[in-house]
Design a protein around this ligand. Structure first.
Ligand SMILES: CCC[C@H](NC(=O)CCC(=O)O)C(=O)O
Ligand SMILES: NC(=O)OP(=O)(O)O
Length: 316
């Protein structure tokens, strides 16, 4: 495994979920696999869960871990090609990436969508500089268009908590004070489309995700109708794709509340976190016994450990 970005990179989903269950059951069974191997985790944006869970997963495998906050450590990095570097950025990514690649065996990268250039974001220009120039395997820790470690953990969590063969899973947009990336919903849809679930996506008009992800997916503009008989409710905010990066609505009628959850089949509530309480979801719902957001976050160690384990096995 040279990169982990899309659902295709994990291979057979059934096998990956079996491996995840095994890793969760015996997390230290491969604690020498990473001996004398180093993973560098590079953050262009903030993180709690990804930062801690990916370090934990690497340590479970016996690896050395380096964490780099680009905006705090090292030099300000220029990411544009062809510019005259006479500003406040002393180093280009084109040099920094292969240099970092010489100090480690695997790199994890978090670099959110810029919302400045839709084409550059959706062509994954930043992440591809790592994939093309680092010389070591690359794990997306949320890129401009995807968050695969999150989606893998989300699917594994649904597998753990489902009480029927093909559960109804609803991805619902919810209001937020800022314009957030489409990466989490994109990956959620990408993974759920190939999983054994009945997926419905619900959001206000104008918040359609890129067709590359939602082609063939049921989109329901009536949130309450979408919630009917649902087994899992996955809430997330995202900015408009069509009017790229725009905050078209903060319509609080889309906040996930107890009344809407009563329309479901006693559904579990999920969110990748961090979550804006009483914007995305009411306190009553996220504090209820139906909420599995903490178990979902705990499973981020599992998804990261499966991916890193496979990369280490390929390095042997
Ligand atoms: C895992 C989620 C990371 C990120 N979330 C945020 O940036 C939330 C920031 C905020 O609530 O102000 C996102 O929506 O992609
Ligand atoms: N869900 C998730 O990736 O959380 P962080 O942004 O805190 O890493």
């Amino acid at each position: 495994m040279k990169r982990f970005l899309t659902v295709d990179d994990i291979g057979d989903l059934g096998q990956a979920l079996k491996e995840a269950a095994e890793v969760k059951k015996t997390p230290y069974a491969w604690d020498t696999l990473g001996k004398n191997k180093t993973i560098t985790l590079i953050f262009f944006n903030s993180s709690l869960r990804t930062r801690l869970s990916t370090q934990k997963a690497a340590m479970n495998l016996g690896m050395n871990v380096i964490v780099l906050d680009v905006n705090k450590d090292g030099w300000q990095l220029e990411t544009e090609f062809g510019v005259v570097m006479d500003g406040d950025k002393p180093e280009h990514l084109r040099e920094a990436v292969p240099v970092i690649g010489r100090y480690c065996d695997i790199i994890g990268v978090r670099s959110f969508a810029s919302f400045e250039d839709k084409k550059a974001d959706y062509e994954e220009e930043i992440l591809n500089q790592f994939i093309n120039f680092a010389g070591v395997p690359i794990i997306s820790m949320e890129s401009a268009t995807r968050h695969p470690l999150q989606a893998f953990a989300d699917l594994f969590t649904i597998e753990e908590f489902k009480n029927k063969e093909r559960p109804k899973v609803v991805l619902t947009w919810a209001p937020h004070p800022r314009a957030l990336p489409q990466a989490v919903p994109n990956s959620f849809v990408e993974w759920m489309k190939v999983a054994d679930v009945d997926l419905v996506v619900t959001h206000p008009k104008g918040y359609e995700l890129s067709p590359e992800f939602t082609d063939g997916v049921t989109v329901e503009y009536d949130q309450k109708k979408a919630f009917e008989d649902a087994d899992f409710i996955y809430a997330k905010n995202w900015a408009s794709y069509e009017q790229y990066g725009q905050l078209l609505s903060q319509d609080k009628s889309w906040t996930v509340d107890e009344e809407k959850m009563s329309l479901t089949n006693d559904a579990r509530f999920m969110h990748c976190l961090p979550v804006r309480r009483n914007m995305i979801v009411t306190d009553g719902v996220i504090d209820s016994e139906n909420s599995i957001v903490i178990d979902e976050a705990a499973n981020r160690v599992v998804s990261a450990q499966v991916v890193i384990k496979r990369m280490l096995e390929a390095l042997k």
